[in-house]
Write a protein that binds this ligand. Sequence first.
Ligand code: ATP
Ligand code: MG
Length: 139
Amino acid sequence: MKLERTFSIIKPDAVAAGRIGAILASIQEAEFKILGLRLTRLSEAQARGFYAVHSQKPFFEGLVKFMTEGPIVVMALEREDAVARLREVMGATNPANAAEGTIRKRFATNIERNAIHGSDAPETAAAELAFFFTTADLI
Ligand code: ATP
Ligand code: MG
C-alpha cells in the first residue's frame, strides 16, 4: 500500500494537561513518521478558518473558543493508510464512545475537549497540511 500523509493537532486541553509526550508516544508506537512538528497557537481567525466546515453547527463558537485558549502542537504525519490509521489511534469524537487504549479514551474530557484532531480524508489532509506547513518545512 502507498504511503499517505495526514495532519494532526494536539489540542489545547491535552497540551495544558501535559499530555504531549504520551500522545506523541502513541502516534510513534503506531508507526507514523513525523515529517513536521511545531508548538503554536491559533488566532481566532485561524480557528474559524480551520473549522469552517462546522461554522453552521451549534457547537462552533465553543469550538473556536476552545481551540484558541492555549498552545497546540501541529503535526505532519506519514505512514501507509495514514488518515484512517490515525483516526483509529485517536478514537471516536466523543470519548464516551471511544475504544479502550485510544488517545481520546485516555485523555479526552468530553465531546468538545477531546485532546486530538486528525484529518478525515486525504483531500482534507492535503488542505490542512498546507494550512500549517510549507513543503520546505516537511522532512
Ligand atoms: P476533529 O475534526 O477535531 O479531528 P472529529 O473529526 O472527530 O474531530 P468533527 O465532527 O469534525 O469530529 O468535530 C470537530 C470538533 O468539534 C470535535 O473534535 C470536537 O472538538 C468538536 N465537536 C464536535 N461535535 C461536538 C459537539 N456535539 N459538541 C461540542 N463540540 C463538538
Ligand atoms: Mg473532523
